[in-house]
Design a protein around this ligand. Structure first.
Ligand SMILES: [Zn+2]
Length: 466
């Protein structure tokens, strides 16, 4: 949209005059000269009120001369009644406008066609405000969000409004995912895609993990809330590519990695997906989102994960040719667990740990198993570790993976679990029912994946779709 600079300038002059007059009044009352922060606040409030008025005037002006009759969706006829006011909550606050209202059909349904044309739902928040509310809702607890929003928007928003607008974004994300799942099970689609796949990266990574979310269903009368407490697994999947980190941009940790690995990599084009569901259903999401990124057509597909059996079962089922790698940090953590449990002497512990870690780094999993077996009789941790390294041996050939230039630590998806589950779903005061947790997490995942504008576009189209 283009605006006339001269008009803007003349409005600005008028605004400045309003403020100057208000400041003079204040000085006359011996209240001193306001500082710049006070002027800024005052000007923002004036601009907000101007916004309320201007949006109202604009919406009124959109109403053309009403027709006497309109066809009704039921097949009957609607008759013009009167101009009827409606209120919406916009980014400036509550805005009231008038539009033509039709009724009198046998179906008893009333209608104001302008609402639908502009994409407004009387009594509800506008799509523009909805996007901002949801942005607060994916970052802060619903309890805290109104405080943050008031600082930016300058008016009060109810906690429940933030919650429902944020969850609405998650619902839209869930619908898009459902659509992908449907598409990925359609043979015709899959065949067409294979003929003309579009972009498939040379090397693509997938990574999966899970984190616990505390679910508190509303207790029935007479029951205590804690009797209902329940922990559910939020499964998180990420797809990403990698790029070399230019030496100048390396953090301290990355520099140390370069010295050890000769190459520092970071994830790019990261896409996150999450849900609370059984592994079997999550597999459908894994396949569907993979199809949308041509994961199955990539020359090199690499999966990173911890030792969880569901992860590798899904990878083997949907991507049997993918390279499977146990996240280095998880493997290393197992060795640390064994060392702590098995040795009370600090220097003994350190020496053992250094040796086995080096062996693991070289991909000598058999040597690691032997070292753990030697401790297994007297140490339960070591006994468990033997099983862990034995069943995952081929996923720990770190010497080979490193020489192929693969990323061996899935910091990406772990930080996804942290960013989605820990940083949002585990905030103090957060109380979840399953769908609330799922939709909030999905909205947040879309934001972290750079897909926010897609959701906002879908949200803008919403009232039209109803
Ligand atoms: Zn009707």
């Amino acid at each position: 949209m283009k605006y006339n600079t001269e008009t803007i300038n003349s409005i600005a002059k008028q605004l400045a005059n309003i403020l100057t007059r208000a400041v003079r009044e204040q000085q006359k009352a011996n209240q001193g000269l306001p500082n710049i922060a006070q002027i800024e606040s005052a000007m923002r409030e004036v601009l907000r009120q101007v916004g309320v008025q201007a949006l109202g005037i604009y919406l009124n002006s959109m109403q053309s001369t009403p027709m006497n009759e309109l066809p009704c969706e039921c097949g009957g006829v609607l008759h013009y009644q009167r101009m009827r006011p409606a209120t919406v909550i916009s980014v400036f606050g509550k805005v009231t406008y008038e539009r033509a209202y039709y009724a009198g059909c046998d179906c008893k349904q009333g209608k104001a066609p302008l609402d639908k044309q502009i994409g407004l739902e009387p009594g509800a928040v506008t799509a523009g405000l909805s996007a901002l509310l949801a942005l607060a809702g994916i970052e802060f607890s619903y309890e805290k969000s109104p405080e943050w929003l008031k600082a930016y928007l300058l008016f009060d928003i109810a906690e429940n409004t933030v919650r429902s607008e944020t969850e609405q974004m998650g619902v839209l994300q869930a619908e898009q995912e459902k659509e992908l799942v449907k598409q990925s099970q359609d043979e015709t689609y899959l065949q067409t895609r294979e003929c003309d796949p579009g972009r498939a990266p040379q090397r693509l990574y997938g990574s999966m993990d899970a984190a616990k979310v505390r679910i508190e269903p509303r207790p029935k009368k007479g029951e205590k809330p804690e009797e209902h407490e329940d922990w559910r697994d939020m499964k998180v999947l990420s797809w990403f590519e990698t790029e070399r980190v230019p030496p100048a941009q390396c953090s301290m940790r990355q520099r140390q990695k370069v010295e050890r690995e000769q190459i520092a990599q970071r994830a790019k084009n990261i896409r996150y997906f999450c849900d609370i569901m059984e592994a079997e259903d999550f597999g459908k999401l894994l396949w569907a989102t993979g199809c949308s990124l041509n994961a199955d057509l990539c020359p090199e597909l690499i999966f990173l994960g911890d030792g969880a059996v569901w992860i590798w079962n899904l990878v083997s089922k949907y991507y049997p040719d993918a390279i499977q790698i146990i996240d280095w940090y998880h493997a290393e953590e197992h060795l640390e667990g064994v060392a702590t449990a098995a040795f009370s002497d600090r220097s003994e512990r350190t020496r053992w740990l250094e040796d086995v870690t080096q062996a693991l780094w070289e991909g000598q999993v058999e040597a690691v198993i032997v070292a753990c077996e030697a401790l297994a009789a007297s140490c339960l941790e070591a006994h468990k570790a033997v099983n862990y390294f034995y069943s995952n041996a081929e996923r720990m050939r770190y010497d080979r993976f490193r020489s192929a230039g693969y990323m061996i630590g899935s910091g990406t998806v772990e930080s996804a679990c942290k960013q989605i589950v820990t940083h949002r779903l585990k905030l103090p005061g957060a109380q979840w029912i399953v769908m609330g947790a799922v939709h909030t997490a999905k909205a947040r995942a879309a934001w972290l994946s750079g897909q926010w504008s897609d959701l906002c576009a879908a949200r803008s189209a919403l009232p039209l779709a109803i």
